[in-house]
Design a protein around this ligand. Structure first.
Ligand code: HEC
Ligand code: HEC
Length: 458
């Protein structure tokens, strides 16, 4: 009996032990599986981040076909001395047009010479050197070094100093901190380049016939439109609806917005109903930079709303090679990772900003639309023009006939060229005055000042 009992206990103990043992193994296997998938997630995140940063900064998506073969912009940059046309673009002219130079791409010897003022910034050959160093932000050039050295003089030929030129997202959506000199410094990805004269640069191109064909106007008109934009602006809908001027005669171009602080924000760009960040990225890479890729949006086939896009077949673009689609995931990931930069100490009055926060959330009702901490609405974050008391011109160019509630973080980085989509309000004070009048908020002058300090603190 006793022996039996003992052996039964023994067997039971073994079974329990084995159960615990196998449960342990299973658990460990589960853990391993979880752990290794966690690790997969982390390494995926790292890879997307690294690739996305490269895409944002350096990827042209094969848009050289447009900027080089079609517009021949490279010829205007190299100038006749190096196989192109005209005087060429000197660094001084490039900086004046708002192009930025990446200090970290320059060799130390060149940095020293720049500091000592020994570099001739009026010589287009120096621009070619900077392009060769991949130091002009957002401009990717294939430079034929021997032709710079030999000062080849072969106008109109394809064998000048520049084999090709292409643009990247960074040309408009990055700037620098001016660490060495105005326009020369460390990269600031996502910051709006409010100095960049896009129209001025495009109008340098020797061959604008693609625009005259697309828009069905003459070259003089194309140039008038390009020159109407001015620094910090671009018109991303011109090649869809062909509207170059508003009914009041002002240019239809909008400000270049920041491309930081976008995680959690649903609708993108100034106007509503286009889509998410990745929609807009695909749109820009295909239809603005004119890279080689696939783009589909049947709304662009609506000839009444988008006559130019419908004619050009932009609603269903299929390039022979697709250099865009495989890069959208990493580009999206990187963009969402760029935070809105915090304002520097001393750039606003802290006590006033604190009082302003209470006004923003309370009496001035700003927070009903600019919901903290996203400062736009979770959900479908767009409004009709009458909700914010402005005209409908730009809203009507979007699929949703509306304006997107601007996420307000990092406002302090883009105070140049004004606020709202077209910069109609020169200062934040003007914005506050507009809301005060339109919504009859009855803010005192002190409350307005406090509100502005709060906006500067975001
Ligand atoms: C020529 C200048 C220019 C270039 C190059 C450019 N953008 Fe933009 N970007 C703009 C302008 C202007 C707008 C606003 C367009 C509008 O609302 O009509 C904009 C808007 C955006 C927005 C919306 C930001 C917001 O406020 O929600 C994103 C995202 C964006 N661009 C991403 C990109 C990416 C990605 C690339 C490269 C593939 C790129 N852009 C290249 C000028 C540019
Ligand atoms: C009904 C919703 C709504 C309310 C309420 C509202 N806003 Fe706005 N806000 C918007 C929209 C939509 C835009 C985009 C306008 C445009 O792009 O032209 C905007 C734009 C702005 C901008 C410009 C951002 C930029 O990048 O240029 C500022 C600043 C701003 N709002 C501050 C405020 C303040 C301060 C209040 C309260 C006094 C307020 N808003 C109340 C919807 C609202």
């Amino acid at each position: 009996m006793k022996k039996n009992l003992l052996s039964t206990i023994g067997i039971l103990a073994s079974v329990v032990f084995l159960l615990i043992y196998f449960a342990g193994i299973t658990q460990k296997k589960e853990d391993d599986k979880n752990k290794s998938f966690d690790e997969q997630i982390i390494s995926n995140a790292r890879q997307l981040f690294t690739e996305g940063q490269h895409v944002f900064r350096f990827e042209t998506f094969g848009d050289e076909i447009f900027w080089t073969n079609t517009l021949k912009l490279h010829e205007a940059i190299e100038g006749s001395r190096f196989g192109g046309v005209g005087n060429g673009l000197s660094p001084t002219q490039a900086l004046a047009a708002g192009l930025k130079v990446d200090l970290d791409a320059l060799p130390p010897a060149l940095v020293s010479r720049l500091k000592r003022g020994e570099v001739n910034l009026n010589d287009p050959a120096v621009t070619l050197e900077l392009l060769k160093l991949n130091a002009v932000i957002g401009v990717v050039a294939n430079v034929n070094t021997s032709n710079i050295l030999n000062v080849a003089n072969r106008p109109g030929s394809n064998s000048g100093a520049l084999n090709s030129i292409g643009l990247t997202c960074a040309v408009c959506h990055s700037t620098v901190d001016n660490a060495l000199a105005p326009g020369i410094g460390h990269r600031l990805d996502g910051w709006a380049n409010r100095d960049l004269n896009v129209g001025g640069i495009v109008s340098l191109a020797p061959d604008l016939s693609i625009f005259t064909q697309l828009l069905q106007v003459d070259e003089a008109t194309v140039k008038t439109v390009l020159h109407s934009w001015g620094p910090g602006k671009f018109d991303a809908e011109l090649n869809l609806d062909g509207k170059a001027f508003r009914p009041d005669g002002k240019p239809a171009a909008t400000l270049i917005p920041p491309a930081f602080g976008m995680a959690g924000v649903n609708n993108h760009t100034w106007t509503g109903g286009w889509g998410t960040v990745t929609y807009w990225n695909a749109f820009v890479a295909n239809l603005e930079l004119q890279g080689q890729g696939v783009f589909f949006d049947r709304r662009l086939n609506n000839a009444a709303h988008y006559p130019v896009a419908a004619r050009a077949g932009f609603g269903n673009k299929r390039s022979d090679t697709d250099l865009i689609t495989s890069k959208l995931a990493s580009l999206h990931f990187y963009q969402l990772a760029i935070p809105a930069p915090k304002p520097p100490d001393g750039s606003f009055d802290k006590a006033a900003a604190q009082r302003g926060q209470a006004i923003f959330n309370g009496k001035a009702t700003c927070a009903t639309c600019h919901v903290p901490p996203l400062f736009t609405e979770p959900g479908w974050n767009t409004h009709k023009p009458e909700d914010i008391g402005i005209d409908s011109f730009q809203a009507n160019r979007s699929p949703d006939s509306s304006y997107r509630t601007a996420p307000l973080k990092g406002l302090w980085t883009h105070t140049k060229r004004g606020f709202y989509h077209d910069g109609r309000f020169a200062t934040l004070r003007d914005v506050v005055n507009h809301y005060n009048d339109f919504k009859n908020l009855q803010l005192t002058e002190q409350e307005k000042t406090d509100l502005v300090e709060y906006l500067k603190s975001l």
